[in-house]
Design a binder for this molecule. Structure first.
Ligand SMILES: [Zn+2]
Length: 283
């Protein structure tokens, strides 16, 4: 039986500073100071908001070193613990990805991590054989039309959803990240929190329509879009002034998320992946 349509709500769980690229190469201890316990403190109110709905958290690994209770709380609440990267920065070479997997192997094993989301949703085709070697079942690291699923090197790719205006795109090779080319190709990346920041009502309606068509959208949010960091404007003003496209990521999506939770059937990505794989005997 094919899995019932549902919304897959995912949270790329990273500190507030991940939005800026300015801190990527600081020593870890300085990033920890910058976080000021934001990632530790945001988890309880987020878990509370989810009530009994189960979703996927793609965690940045260094947060699990700083706050070991963070993955434990997510796991104990019955959500999927996925992997976003060990340290948040672009990972687009085999050597960098492999190094990131090595550094995260221990905690990923502890929490039975099977899902991967590339930072900035930007990756390379060479990712997929590495995923298989590192015990992943699936990745959600491309943008592609709702309902797309791809088998690459014995690993599944369940992309972050787009709405295609001119039919299904032909090339589904990595990278398919947020670029003008993606937009000009006629794909609206409605599942990005950039879009739910600008057009929450429209995005809600697209999700509703896709579900009615029997499709299952995969969308993402960030913790700092649900729980506002203290002194948020002051922390991020310089980055937004320099890169105005960051602005939608600074807007609160707390009400949007509440509306989604109230309105739609929701599951983690791994539950949907497992149901999809078992539904098709060819797999
Ligand atoms: Zn991220």
């Amino acid at each position: 039986m094919t899995p019932t349509p549902r919304l897959m709500l995912t949270i790329d769980y990273e500190s507030w500073y991940a939005l800026s690229r300015r801190y990527d190469h600081l020593p870890a201890e300085q990033r920890r100071v910058l976080d000021e316990n934001f990632a530790r403190n945001a988890i309880d109110p987020i878990l509370e908001k989810l009530k009994d709905k189960k979703i996927t958290f793609y965690l940045v690994g260094e947060l699990t070193e700083w706050y070991p209770e963070l993955p434990q709380k997510i796991f104990d609440a019955g959500h999927e613990v996925g992997f976003h990267c060990q340290v948040h920065r672009p990972l687009t070479t085999v050597a960098d990805i492999q190094h990131d997997f090595e550094r995260s192997a221990e905690w990923r094993k502890k929490y039975n991590v099977r899902g991967y989301r590339a930072p900035m949703i930007k990756t390379i085709e060479d990712l997929y054989p590495l995923l298989k070697e590192n015990d992943f079942v699936y990745s959600s690291s491309l943008y592609a039309p709702t309902g797309t699923r791809l088998k690459k090197e014995n690993v599944w790719e369940f992309p972050v959803s787009t709405y295609p205006f001119f039919g299904h795109p032909e090339n589904l090779q990595a990278s398919r990240h947020m670029t003008p080319a993606l937009l000009l190709g006629g794909e609206f990346p409605y599942a990005s929190s950039m879009m739910s920041g600008l057009l929450p009502k429209t995005i809600f309606k697209i999700i509703e329509r896709e579900l009615k068509k029997g499709l299952s959208p995969i969308i993402f949010l960030h913790p700092y879009e649900i729980i506002k960091p203290e002194k948020w404007f002051r922390r991020i003003a310089q980055d937004v002034a320099k890169h105005p496209l960051l602005y939608p990521f600074t807007l609160s999506k707390a009400a949007f998320m509440d509306e989604l939770i109230k309105s739609f059937p929701i599951s983690s990505v791994i539950d949907f992946v497992n149901e999809s794989i078992h539904a098709d005997p060819k797999n």
